[in-house]
Design a protein around this ligand. Structure first.
Ligand SMILES: [Zn+2]
Length: 163
């Protein structure tokens, strides 16, 4: 089931999760003060400490960065426990992945765009390097360009006897 959750309460504050989870997260953040890109790792670590939680994969809608692929945890009642919440400034909206949705599969090596596509299952690892055929072609063309340092012709050619 897809869940959508805005993580701010009616007073505009970030909804706090259970105290024991908050403490674990505070401790984690002491060791990892900048958790950018660590959502998967942090969720797996937190799951070891609290096996009652469930890992949720999906994305968040952020105020400043738009849509970002993200992992977080949920309690049995569906309350969000997000160890790397700190990486996103401003309120965010959580959207759990469903099989017919786009999933972030990488970042384009050519233009830097995030790559999203439909995948059959989340149990597989996906990694895309290019957002489009055009970007892939631009990069391979670039790599296949002839050496840009001209090979210096042998200037002592007069030493060579012409047979
Ligand atoms: Zn691209």
């Amino acid at each position: 089931m897809a869940s959508t959750n805005l993580d701010i309460n009616e007073n505009g504050q970030i909804k706090p999760c259970d105290k024991k989870y908050q403490e674990w997260i505070a401790n984690y953040l002491k060791k990892h003060p900048n958790p950018l890109g660590e959502c998967q790792y942090a969720c797996k670590e937190m799951l070891k400490a609290f096996p009652e939680l469930k890992i949720i994969r999906g994305h968040v809608e952020t105020v400043f960065w738009g849509r970002r692929g993200h992992w977080w945890l949920e309690t049995l009642n569906g309350a969000i426990v997000d160890p790397t919440r700190r990486q996103f400034p401003g309120p965010i909206e959580y959207k759990q992945w469903t099989p017919d949705e786009l999933v972030r599969t990488g970042k384009c090596m050519n233009c830097g765009e995030e790559i999203w596509r439909k995948v059959a299952s989340l149990d597989q690892e996906y990694h895309d390097y290019f957002c489009s055929k055009e970007c892939e072609k631009e990069t391979t063309d670039e790599m296949n360009k002839p050496n840009s340092y001209p090979i210096t012709p042998n200037l002592d050619s007069e030493d060579c006897e012409i047979m």
